[in-house]
Each structure stands twice: as structure tokens, then as C-alpha cells.
Design a protein around this ligand. Sequence first.
Ligand code: ADP
Ligand code: G6P
Length: 483
Amino acid sequence: MSKTIIISNRLPLQISIKKGKLNVTPSVGGLATGLKSFHRDGDSVWIGWSGLTAEELPENLINEVTQKAKDEACIAINFTEKEIEGFYYGFSNRSIWPLFHYFMEFTEWESWHWETYKRVNQKYADAILKNYKDGDKIWIHDYQLLLVPNMVREQAPNATIGFFNHIPFPSYEVFRTMPWREEILKGLLGADLIGFHTYDYERHFLSSVSRILRHQVNFNEVSLPERMVKVDSFPMGIDYNKFEQAAQDHFENSLENQSDLQRRLDHHRKGAPGAKLILSIDRLDYTKGIAHRIRAFEYFLEKYPQYIEKIRLVMLAVPSRSEVPQYQLLKKEIDALVGRINGKFATVSWTPIWYFYRSMPFNNLIDLYASCDIALLTPIRDGMNLVAKEYIASRKDQTGVLILSEMTGAAQEMNEALLINPNNFEQIADAINQAIEMPEEEQIKRNKTLQKRLKRYDVEKWANDFMKSLTKTQETRQSNKAI
Ligand code: ADP
Ligand code: G6P
């Protein structure tokens, strides 16, 4: 029977070693959380990095790692420390990630990072080929694996290969600064179908293909001498039912079963008449505009002092890529900003910001989504932003206001949110005020529309649309061959 081979750098499970024992936790990040349900419900195998380096993994635990991955229909690959340094902390996260998010001042071009990126991409391609049988579909994910489609194509010319990019694709003017731009584009064009979250990313990619490689582009197809490559946009959805159900369970939870976090959240809301909670959740990443958000919140407290002691920003940041210097600097900046603002505005009974720097279990995420009156998400650039969708899906009574940066892919589908420019603190402060004052009927009206849309375009539909389109490209190829 044919299957789908999913391949991404990060598996949906993260394996680490604690006191000599394996510790398995779910991965954080839109790719893993979103794709998980497609993987769970379908006939697929998922190949990716275990999260461990070969040096960290003692020989007696190798089989156990393989088994833990196998239990989840995954195949775990381990890389050496040097490979992770050059491929993951290097080219993926110091070159492509900043460039594709328009942080050109953060990009580094080290040729050994690039060489390692190529080598590790080849390892991934080899892992696919080892598990590939005729008739299987191959679905490659994200910016860490841009060369894999063509590496597989070279060994399996007839394979059906899809690629989905979970981050923005920058405009040609930005992309062309990449020293190895031809290789990257040729790598991607090994796929039959290349998907992006938005039409703009698709357009930017096609423009780079036609201007750098000089291939003919007709509407959304690239003509290669030997075959066509289709390029399209597929905005990723969430597992809507999971969040809806979790919010329902949360609502039905008895008082004794409430988490400590929930009790603290309730305590704040009952503390003062009209007290409100603002939520933000992201990985600690410079693209997420966390420092902008804190500064805008400070400006809000100055402009609208009547909310002092009534409003609290609950800010959850998950540690991410902590070996990359920009992330370390950002951590220091956020720590200092939170300290400064709490010091500046706090009273004996109130602190304006609650800051958590850690991952949280799913039920605590739901506590936050369900209890916070406002979600304030201010990325400077974000391919999609699933947190925005998860917040809306978890609003069981349909109240709540989403304030969302225009620079996210999600903003294109969520017009009913209060859309802001993350660089405009005046606008953010006014949006917070508008959110606090928004009548419940208006909140419900906006969220009803959003929920309907998110339910219809959920992650299952996203994956099915992509897969259907991929199958079609293959059928077209077969029929062209027959002619
Ligand atoms: P990105 O993919 O850039 O990290 P997204 O907003 O698209 O951003 O996806 C983040 C995902 O990670 C969401 O599904 C969210 O539920 C999950 N997540 C974010 N923060 C946490 C946290 N502190 N603990 C657990 N999961 C989290
Ligand atoms: C984003 C990327 C994913 C990545 C995730 C977490 O969602 O698109 O590819 O897995 O961030 O980042 P990490 O570096 O921890 O895998």
C-alpha cells in the first residue's frame, strides 16, 4: 500500500536525555503542531531530527530512541554536533530565517554553514529514498530542507514530490542577496508542487524563479525543459475541533479540577471591577515583535492611565534557538524591558506584566486562551501565526478581541480582528483601548465569522487541498508522457 512520507527538520516529538533517561515532549512551532493531526489521521511516516546530537546519545539508548519515534510512526535521525551547528544554528537560522523574514542585518553568509546545509539536506534525501516505494507521495517541509526536493528527484525521477514553505518567501530584491540563490531555487524546483501560505509569498517566489533562473512562468506554473512545476498558496489552518473541544472541557471543568494557573487568572479578573487580561504567546523570536509589544503596552499605560491596576499582559515566550546570538540578545532585552516596566508601574497589589519563559502543557494553553479577554500578537514578520487562530477557536462564548499584526500570513484571512502595524505604538495603544471598550455583541459578531471560517478551512482541509493538488500534478505528468 502506498503511503505519504512527511519530512521536516523537527519531528512532532522532541527527545532529550534527563538523568540518563529519555524524555519525550511535544514540539512547539506551527509546523509540528499543525501537521500532527494530518499525520495522526492518515497513513504516513514522518522523518525528522530527534532533537539529540549523536554525541549526546549513548549507545544503550539508540534503540529506545528508534522505538519512541516508531511508536508515533516517526523515523528519528540524529546529527552530529558539528552538523547541527552548521546546518541548524548556522545556515537555517542565521542565514535563511533572518533573510526570509526581512531581517537582512542579521544574515550571516558562512561557506561552511552552506556546505553543512547541503550535506544534511543530502542525509534527509537519503533517508527519504531509503523508505520510499513506488507510488508513495513525498511531502517535504520548510526552509531547513530547501535542497531536498531536487536531491530526491535526481535519484527518483518519477516520484511525486510536494514541498511546503511554512515561512514567508521574501521579495526578489531581498532574495537575490543570497549568495547561493540559484542552488536554492533549483533545489526547490525538484518538487512537482510548491506551496506557500499566501499569494504574496507565491508571487515573490515566482518572480525570483523567472528573474534569477530565467525559466518561463505561466500564471502559477514554471516550465522546466523536462516537466512543469506548479506553485500555489494554501493558508494553513488549525485542528479546529481539538481547540473547540478543549475549550468546552475547560468550561465544564469543576472548581477542584482547575489548574493553579487558572486560579491565578481568575483571581486577577475578579480583583478589580472591569479587570482585563491581555495574552501573548510566541516562541522567543525576534520576528515576533515581542519587544515592540512590551514598549507599545508601556505607551498604552501612559496614554490610558485609568487602566493601571486593572489590566495585565500575560506573556508566554517559549525558549527557541538559544545558541544563536540574536536570540540570546533578545532574551536579555525582554528580561530588561519586563523588569523596567514592572518596576515603573507596579503597585503593592499589582504588576502589569506576567512573563513566563517556558513551554506549557496543552491544558494550560487552553486556560490562557479561554481566560484572556484580548490576544495581542505583534509579529514584525510571520509566515502564518497559528496562535491567532487557536485563540479564536478557543473562545467558547465567542467573546474576546484579537489584535493582530498586518505582517502575519494569518491577517489576510482574519479581517475581523483589529489589525495593527507593529511599528505604530499609537495604533496599538488605541487598539487595546478599543478592545477593552468593544461591546460584547460586536466581539461576538466578529468572532462568529472568524470561527466559521477557521472551522471550514481547518488543518485537515489544508492538507487535503495540498495533497489533491499534488496528485493532480502527477496525473498531468503521466498523461503528458502518454501523448
Ligand atoms: P511559529 O511556528 O513561528 O512558532 P505559530 O504561531 O504558527 O508560530 O505556532 C506556534 C505553535 O506553538 C502554536 O501551535 C502554539 O500552540 C504552540 N505554542 C506556542 N507557545 C507555546 C508554549 N509556551 N507551550 C506550548 N505550545 C506553545
Ligand atoms: C517555525 C518553523 C518551523 C520550526 C518552528 C520551531 O514554525 O517554520 O520549521 O520547527 O518554527 O523552531 P525550531 O527551530 O525549534 O524547530
